[in-house]
Design a protein around this ligand. Structure first.
Ligand code: FAD
Length: 279
């Protein structure tokens, strides 16, 4: 069972836990993106297992009134086994989800995976005329050109600052430079996209910028934040009428995800310590 210390960031171990969490969050006007924890499988078996688990989850989502979609990681669906394995498993899943009107996000991992992830996304987005989204990372120098190519592709694009420690030869390492790149990407997207923009950030400055760009260009957007991070802001933004999505991971492999959240910010570490000492 998931210990209470982890339940701020993880929506439980089972799909039933995750759906119950989604229902509670839906009641506050926030939609949910469910991610089954798991990544970097170097054998086909576990990747197939996760693909099957996602197909079951899609089936459940299609048969409930829960307002949720799913988000997968390429290395969870076989990318470390081979590009063809990933393409096969994700295509099968997206076809299955499209038939049931369930949206599928594809997370972006580190830079050696960018090309294949974008290629597969573009093929699936064109095949289904949307129904699928991909994440792009402002810390990579290549992203501006990628986003220009994505402007004509159906589907959604999630803009994030980037979670991976990339080489200085291809990435901005300075936080202020990453922020500047993020602002420039949003400015480009609100001007050139027809909609389908997801602002995947907890940064109040970036969310305010998105609101201003929406007022200026009228382009539709949604705000995405992680479960357990600025939860009150998620509910407040939804109450203001913005389209807010909470990314909620679930599953048995929660420990490394939980520690990543705790390590990335002092407040999260203090929260974890307080939970341990029971205060
Ligand atoms: P930061 O630059 O970390 O912080 C800026 C400001 O935001 C802070 O000064 C503070 O005001 C506020 N803030 C940030 N965190 C907190 C907190 N814990 N509590 C209170 N205030 C806070 N990365 C990938 O590489 N690939 C992905 O597929 C991917 N998917 C993501 C999906 C979602 C929905 C989200 C929200 C993030 C995703 N990320 C992904 C992670 C992303 O790249 C960043 O590492 C992460 O979001 C931190 O950047 P930030 O924009 O939130 O703000």
């Amino acid at each position: 069972m998931l210990p209470p210390i982890a339940s701020r960031f993880v929506a439980g171990e089972s799909p039933a836990d995750a759906l119950e969490h989604a229902r509670e969050v839906n009641e506050r006007g926030v939609s949910v993106i469910l991610n089954r924890l798991g990544e970097h499988y170097d054998e086909r078996g576990p990747a197939e297992d996760d693909a099957a688990a996602y197909r079951d989850l899609v089936e459940e989502l299609a048969n409930t009134d829960v307002d949720a979609c799913i988000s997968i990681k390429p290395s969870q669906l076989g990318l470390d086994v081979g590009d063809d394995t990933f393409r096969e498993l994700v295509t099968d899943l997206v076809d299955h989800a499209a038939d049931r009107d369930v949206f599928v996000w594809i997370d972006m991992e580190d830079h050696p995976t960018t090309d294949v992830t974008l290629d597969v996304f573009c093929d699936l987005a064109r095949k289904h005329d949307g129904g699928v989204g991909v994440c792009v990372q402002a810390n990579l120098e290549r992203t501006r050109a990628d986003v220009e190519r994505l402007a004509d592709v159906p589907g959604k694009v999630r803009f994030v600052k980037g979670a991976y420690d990339e080489p200085a030869s291809i990435a901005y390492k300075d936080k202020a430079r990453v922020d500047e790149a993020y602002r420039e990407l949003l400015e480009y997207a609100f001007e050139h996209f027809d909609g389908g923009i997801a602002v995947g950030s907890h940064d109040p400055e970036m969310i305010d910028l998105a609101k201003r760009l929406h007022d200026e260009h009228g382009t539709d957007f949604e705000i995405q934040m992680l479960m357990g991070v600025r939860t009150d802001a998620q509910f407040d933004l939804a109450a203001e009428g913005y389209d807010v999505w909470q990314y909620a991971p679930y599953g048995g492999k929660w420990l490394s995800y939980f520690w990543r959240r705790v390590r990335e910010r002092k407040e999260n570490l203090l929260f974890a310590l307080r939970a341990v000492v029971g205060r």
